[in-house]
Design a protein around this ligand. Structure first.
Ligand code: ADP
Length: 364
């Protein structure tokens, strides 16, 4: 299976008859050696999809293929997979080495082969010095590394990870993410990683499959999710800081924009809207797509600083424009305080344009 793709075809899951549909009509192809992230809010069906891949749950409808082989009904132990969960499944009475080698010993792999694989995975994960320790003598991060080593040592064709780092602190989480990306490069394994954290997804994924209420809503690269979200909902879910949403509607031959205050669409926006059907539009403006200039100038939106959050080399300002608060992220060399008058200049060439009724993005 290592070089074959994995395919979900119209997969649906309903845990009980007449009950809620946890996953509906999911079509998804996972490429060989890909690191695919399933991303979505809690309850959107990510773990259900992962468990269907693992064979821990059976689809109520649709098919699962590993290469050309239909996998419905095949038990987990016959699937050549390893799983890592948030809650770590390690044996507390065994030491690190015994935990990692547990599956290989059951399979009666020759001891020399076991030791070679042990050296490889513990070297990759930097845990060689802990082999004799018991599980309770390890920190959270060390335990999670052991859990990953235990999964990797089996050399599965498919590696499934369900929020493996979410119980760890932010710094450790970032470290382990980088390690996972390195491991993925070194091992050429196919990985499916579940998370509700868009930043985590963006930082590790080859491709991200976004789920909402049991449906797959978009599958693309991190950059495409950010710059070309297919719906308003995806645009709001992706991005470290909340996207600003404006309204636009056609009045006669012009378009008017409401962004705390109403004005005629400036030329760069008007040019893009020239081809749009008349109707209500939603404009999506990322906080990075608004520049702030101290003082009041005619070529922008007049506003006042409401709050300030220092992020490091950038600052997130909430700017009050009329009755709307705009989120803006600007370089930290522009230091402003609450009450300061500013002009917000929107980069109209960048803004996302959605049909306000369907929520779908217009490619204009
Ligand atoms: P996510 O991983 O995105 O948080 P899940 O796949 O765990 O979402 O859950 C999707 C939906 O299915 C939720 O409404 C959840 O309550 C329901 N669900 C999950 N597991 C079970 C189960 N074993 N029995 C019944 N309902 C379940």
């Amino acid at each position: 299976m290592g070089s074959a793709s994995i395919r979900l075809a119209d997969v649906t899951k309903q845990y009980s008859r007449g009950g809620e549909v946890a996953v509906r009509g999911v079509d998804l192809e996972i490429q060989p050696k890909e690191l695919l992230v399933l991303l979505g809010p809690s309850g959107s069906g990510k773990s259900t999809v992962l468990n269907i891949l693992a064979g821990l749950e059976e689809p109520s409808g649709g098919d699962l293929f590993f290469g050309a082989e239909r996998m419905n009904g095949i038990p987990p132990e016959e699937r050549d997979i390893s799983m890592v969960f948030q809650s770590i499944a390690l044996y507390p009475h065994l030491n690190v080495e015994e935990n990692i080698l547990f599956a290989l010993r059951q399979r009666k792999l020759p001891p020399a082969e076991q030791q070679a694989r042990l050296r490889e995975v513990t070297g990759l994960l930097g845990i060689t010095q802990y082999l004799r320790r018991r599980i309770h003598e390890l920190s959270g991060g060390q335990r999670q590394r052991v859990a990953i080593a235990k999964a990797l040592v089996k050399r599965p064709a498919l590696f499934l990870l369900d929020e493996p780092f979410s119980a760890l602190d932010a710094k450790l989480r970032r470290e382990l993410r980088s390690e996972l990306v390195r491991l993925h490069r070194q091992l050429d394994a196919t990985m499916v990683f579940v998370t509700h954290d868009q930043e985590e997804a963006m930082s590790i994924a080859d491709r991200i499959a976004v789920m909402d209420q049991g449906r797959l809503v978009q599958v693309s690269s991190a950059l495409d999710l950010y710059y070309k979200p297919e719906t308003v909902w995806v645009s709001q879910f992706i991005g470290a800081h909340p996207i600003n949403l404006f309204r636009a509607q056609r009045t006669g031959t012009d378009w008017s924009v409401s962004a705390g205050t109403s004005f005629t669409a400036p030329p760069p926006l008007a040019a893009r809207l020239a081809g749009a059907e008349p109707g209500q539009l939603t404009l999506g403006v990322r906080p990075e797509w608004i520049q702030l200039v101290p003082g009041e100038h005619p070529d922008g939106l007049a506003g006042e600083i409401f709050t300030r959050q220092v992020l490091g080399n950038e600052i997130l300002y909430e700017v009050k424009v009329g009755d709307q608060l705009l989120n803006t992220v600007v370089p930290a060399n522009i230091l402003l305080g609450p009450g300061d008058r500013v002009t917000a200049r929107v980069m109209w060439e960048q803004v996302l344009i959605f049909n306000a009724d369907s929520g779908k993005r217009l490619a204009i």
